[in-house]
Design a protein around this ligand. Sequence first.
Ligand SMILES: O=C(O)c1ccccc1NCC(=O)[C@H](O)[C@H](O)COP(=O)(O)O
Length: 257
Amino acid sequence: MLSSLTAGAAEDAAARLELVPFDEVERRALAAPPALDALAFLAPAERVKIIAEVKRSSPSRGALAAISDPAALASTYQSAGASTVSVLTEGRKFKGTLEDLELVRDAVSIPVLRKDFITLDYQVFEARAAGADLVLLIVAALDQAQLAHLQELIQSLGMTALVETHSADEVERALDVGASLIGVNARNLSTFELDRDLFGTLADRIPAGIVRVAESAVKTAADVSHYRSSGADVVLVGEALVTGDPARTLEEFLGVS
Ligand SMILES: O=C(O)c1ccccc1NCC(=O)[C@H](O)[C@H](O)COP(=O)(O)O
């Protein structure tokens, strides 16, 4: 599944490249207002921080929420205490768009993450042009040379890469390219199996000074608490927020010490 998602996202980017040539998207990226310092917003603190996701649909769960106004949802997240908003921009399975990201960018003053299947420089320039401060890099979708190159490109544009892992070997690969923000996704992106204990088994491999993000599979505040007690600085939540009352749910999750 991961390889088909990645191939589909690259195909869609190639179609957009026909409309907006590479040089133009690069020019827009370089002309965009500077990116926010996401690491400052996500730095370890006394309380857990939350990246709140705009998620309409997913391959594992199908349609989750209509979300006709992503900007309003993002504003709700910010008011309820989110430290960053994640926007799924993949269209085929997640029903997201880059326009969603632009709308969210204009609505909030906290960092915005482009969550997609990124393999191309073009997608990174698109992210910056749309106002993203962070870009997701999924280690399993990239070889080491691509990972190093994209991480460097993201940094050179003033953004931060959230480098996503799912095994000890992938954490090593993230460290090798100098990632400063490492996510452990509880979801196996090929089988969709969820393992809430995976973060705890990998957290010690991520040295102090690097921000640790536990991603996916949060249903209740007890799950946030579980990640926090296993060493998470930040927890990334999608489905539980968009399918419930986003403000109340987020406030409840942030109540975890
Ligand atoms: O969510 C999916 O089904 C999925 C399937 C394949 C690749 C990626 C997928 N999701 C992306 C994410 O990692 C999540 O949207 C994110 O971590 C939030 O997860 P959740 O809180 O469980 O909605």
